[in-house]
Design a binder for this molecule. Structure first.
Ligand code: GLA
Length: 393
C-alpha cells in the first residue's frame, strides 16, 4: 500500500504526537524531507555507559502488527502479532529495557556480523594473508567476536517506504575491527509490510577484500515470549541436506542428506519429536538442533526456507531468504540465567532461531559458497519473516 494511503488512516493528533516523540539528528533530517511517517514512533530507550542515547523505533502496519527495533545492535526487540482469534502476543524473546540488552545475553534479536556463526580457531586466509580473529567460543570465533555488530551503535533513519514503515540502520566497521580486514559499511533495513511480514534487507560494501555473513538472531516462541518451551511447534525446513559438525560445532565440510535422520524437516514435524535422540551423534553434539541447513534452490533467489506453526495459538511464521543456508538453533544453551520480558527467566528451549546465512566456517571451506566481498561490489540480501494464522483453534 502506498504510504500516502496508510497515512490517511491516522488523525492529525497522531501526527503531532509522533512529531513530539521523534528524537535524534538522523530522524530530524528524515522529518524535514517528507511528512512524518505516521506508522513509526521513536522513543528514547536509555543510554549506553558512554552516554550515547539509544532510540526505540516502533513500526506499526495497517493490519494491527507492531515491531520494535533499537539502534543499539540493530536489535529487533519485539514482534507483536495476532493469534487466530486476534489476540496479540510478543513472539520474540528479549528484555523490557535497554539494561537487559547491554548485559550478557545470547544475541536476542540482534543483527549479527561481521561473521555470523563460527570460524574455526578464529583464523582464515584471504589472498595469502592469514587473519586472526578474537576467539570467543571455545577454540573458535563466534558471531563477529567480542564486540560484534550486536554490541555497536548504528545510526538510524526512519521512513515510510512503498511497502510500509521502515527503519534503516548503518554501521561502519573500521578496518581491522575484531581482526577482520577492510572498512565495511553495513546497512540493515527493517520494513514492516501489511502482509504481517518483516522484511530485513542487508547491504554491505568494503574498501578491501573481506569476508562477511550477516543474520538476525531473534528467538521465536509463537505462543508468546516466556510461555514455556518451543517443543510443540511444528516446523518445516526446505532442505534436503545439512552440514554436520564436529565437537566445536564447526562444519566438517560434508553436506549430509537429512533422509532418515532427526534433521529431516521436509514435512511438518514437532521440534521436540526427535530433539533428545541421544543415539544420533549430531543431535548429541548440538545438544539438540544447532545446525546449518543447506536450503534447496540455492541460486540466490528469495524463496521459502522454513515454516513454523504453534498449534494452540494457530500462529504461523514463514521464513524467506536468498541465502544458501539457515542455522536452526533450538535455544539449547538457554538455562534460566537470563531474565527476560515481564521478569520471566528463559529456560532451555524457550525459543528457536532461524538464522538465514552463509554456511559456518565458509572462509576455511573453499567448497562452500563464497563469503568474500571485494571493493566495488555490494553484498545484498533479504530475509522475510512473515506471520499469519491457520485458523485452527
Ligand atoms: C548460534 C549458535 C549457537 C549459540 C547461539 C547463541 O545460534 O549456533 O551455538 O552460540 O548462537 O547462544
Amino acid at each position: 500500500m502506498p504510504w500516502r494511503t496508510s497515512i490517511r488512516r491516522f488523525s492529525w493528533i497522531a501526527i503531532l504526537s509522533a512529531i513530539g516523540l521523534l528524537t535524534g539528528c538522523a530522524e530530524q533530517d528524515a522529518v524535514k524531507e517528507k511528512p512524518v511517517p505516521l506508522t513509526i514512533e521513536s522513543t528514547p530507550y536509555g543510554q549506553l555507559p558512554s552516554g550515547e542515547a539509544v532510540t526505540l523505533y516502533t513500526l506499526r502496519n495497517g493490519t494491527g502488527m507492531e515491531i520494535g527495533v533499537i539502534d543499539y545492535g540493530a536489535i529487533l526487540t519485539s514482534v507483536k502479532v495476532p493469534d487466530s482469534k486476534g489476540g496479540l502476543a510478543d513472539v520474540v524473546l528479549g528484555f523490557d529495557s535497554l539494561d537487559g540488552y547491554l548485559g550478557t545475553q545470547p544475541y536476542m534479536g540482534a543483527t549479527v556480523g561481521r561473521y555470523a556463526n563460527r570460524i574455526a580457531k578464529g583464523k582464515f586466509t584471504l589472498n595469502g594473508k592469514t587473519h586472526s580473529l578474537a576467539v570467543n567460543n571455545g577454540a573458535n570465533a563466534l558471531h563477529g567476536g567480542i564486540k560484534g555488530f550486536d554490541k555497536r551503535m548504528w545510526s538510524a533513519i526512519a521512513r515510510n517506504s512503498e511497502v510500509g514503515p521502515s527503519v534503516e540502520l548503518t554501521y561502519v566497521s573500521a578496518d581491522g575491527e575484531e581482526g577482520y580486514p577492510g572498512k565495511l559499511t553495513t546497512v540493515v533495513t527493517y520494513t514492516l509490510g501489511n502482509d504481517n511480514d518483516i522484511r530485513i534487507h542487508y547491504a554491505a560494501t568494503t574498501d578491501a577484500d573481506t569476508v562477511l555473513n550477516l543474520t538476525n538472531h531473534s528467538y521465536f516462541n509463537l505462543a508468546g515470549a516466556g510461555k514455556g518451551t518451543i517443543l510443540d511447534h511444528m516446523v518445516t525446513i526446505q532442505a534436503d541436506r545439512f552440514t554436520p559438525v564436529d565437537s566445536g560445532l564447526i562444519p566438517t565440510g560434508e553436506l549430509r542428506s537429512v533422509a532418515g535422520t532427526p534433521f529431516d524437516f521436509r514435512t511438518p514435524t514437532a521440534i521436540g519429536g526427535r530433539i533428545d535422540e541421544t543415539g544420533d551423534e549430531q543431535i548429541k553434539l548440538g545438544g539438540g538442533y544447532d545446525h546449518n541447513f543447506v536450503l534447496n534452490d540455492g541460486n540466490g533467489q528469495l524463496r521459502l526456507a522454513a515454516k513454523a506453526r504453534e498449534p494452540v495459538s494457530g500462529r504461523v511464521m514463514e521464513v524467506f531468504t536468498d541465502q544458501p543456508g539457515m542455522q536452526f538453533y533450538t535455544g539449547n544453551f538457554l538455562n534460566g540465567s537470563v531474565t527476560g520480558k515481564e521478569g520471566i527467566r528463559y529456560g532451555k528451549r524457550f525459543g528457536f532461531c532461524m538464522e538465514t546465512q552463509h554456511f559456518p566456517d565458509s572462509p576455511n571451506k573453499p567448497e562452500f559458497p563464497s563469503v568474500v566481498l571485494k571493493p566495488g561490489e555490494t553484498f545484498e540480501s533479504t530475509t522475510v519473516y512473515k506471520f499469519s494464522t491457520d485458523g485452527n483453534k
